[in-house]
Design a protein around this ligand. Structure first.
Ligand code: PDD
Length: 285
């Protein structure tokens, strides 16, 4: 079956799914994106993802190309046309197509919208979660507004590749003060020796993950103790457990940081409980 993408108003086979050379996403990374999990053919937490999308767009003064309701229909249509049971849907909005000039196009041009979807291997993800993943630490060299989900992801690209090159799967980014901000493409969490969950507060230095927000709901429902504050790499090395959260990985245990085992080097009970409970608290649309 051929994959279908939505590109600026049309559902197209992948080979025809193309954007203009002067799309500002291509030339300036002048755009934003969202990734939603698809599970049982349904979009998980679509409402919150579209709310964050709207916020990212507002921060960059890019118009929503259509209402959230209409966008929801496009997302579902792309999922259906690609027959995705379990996987992800990706959407990207850029400031549109205009002659290359850093300033916003004047007069304004219509924003460009692309939506794709793809299946993920559920068994493989579950096997990965049962084993846990390794992460490395790298300096956080990103810009000062990573709370905006911009497509300018070069530092994340380099961090992820550094992780792969060193036999790990994800990179944890460390700021000038030696504090972990988040992963290259996920939020970072630890469980301290006394059982307190710690994850950085959602300021401008991290992306306010939707999975992070739902995981916080689960944490509260399970009456666990949580602190939203920065933590150091040393705290992470000494942690009882560590894990990451993102739409495609949900709660993924971290069992090694920079080659050192976390706790006993196996996925911990808190991470597994959060992973287990997660979809009871997420919205399925
Ligand atoms: N990544 N932090 C960063 C830097 C991210 O790129 C992501 C998401 C998250 C987690 O956000 P959420 O829980 O809303 O997925 C945190 C997506 C999945 C990606 O880039 O593919």
């Amino acid at each position: 079956m051929s994959r279908i993408a939505y590109v600026n108003g049309r559902y197209l086979p992948f080979r025809d799914a193309k954007v203009h050379v002067e799309d500002r996403g291509y030339q300036f990374a002048d755009g934003v994106y969202e990734v939603c999990e698809v599970r049982g053919g349904r979009l998980i937490d679509q409402r919150r993802h579209l709310a964050r999308l709207k916020r990212s767009l507002d921060e960059l003064r890019i118009r929503m190309p259509m209402s959230p309701a209409a966008l929801g229909i496009v997302l579902r249509e792309v999922v259906a046309r690609n027959r995705i049971g379990y996987g992800l849907v990706y959407l990207q909005i850029t400031r549109g197509v205009a002659r290359r000039d850093a300033a916003f196009p004047a007069p304004e041009v219509p924003p460009a919208l692309v939506v794709t979807a793809r299946a993920l291997n559920k068994a493989r993800n579950e096997a990965l979660a049962a084993k846990g993943i390794a992460v490395i630490s790298v300096p956080d060299i990103r810009w000062g507004r990573v709370d905006i989900k911009s497509v300018g992801l070069l530092p994340s690209v380099l961090a992820r590749q550094a992780a792969i090159d060193r036999g790990a799967r994800e990179a944890w980014l460390v700021d000038k003060d030696g504090k972990v901000t988040e992963g290259a493409s996920a939020n970072a969490w630890i469980v301290t020796k006394i059982g307190t969950l710690v994850t950085r507060q959602a300021d401008h230095a991290i992306l306010r993950g939707i999975t992070r927000a739902v995981a916080l709901d689960v944490v509260k429902a399970l009456a666990l103790t949580v602190e939203e504050r920065p933590f150091t790499l040393e705290e992470a090395y000494a942690a009882r457990e560590a894990f990451i959260t993102s739409a495609t990985q949900i709660v993924m245990p971290v069992v090694r940081i920079d080659g050192r085992p976390v706790g006993d080097g196996r996925p911990g009970p808190v991470a597994m409980a959060l992973r287990q409970e997660f979809h009871r608290y997420a919205e399925a649309g």
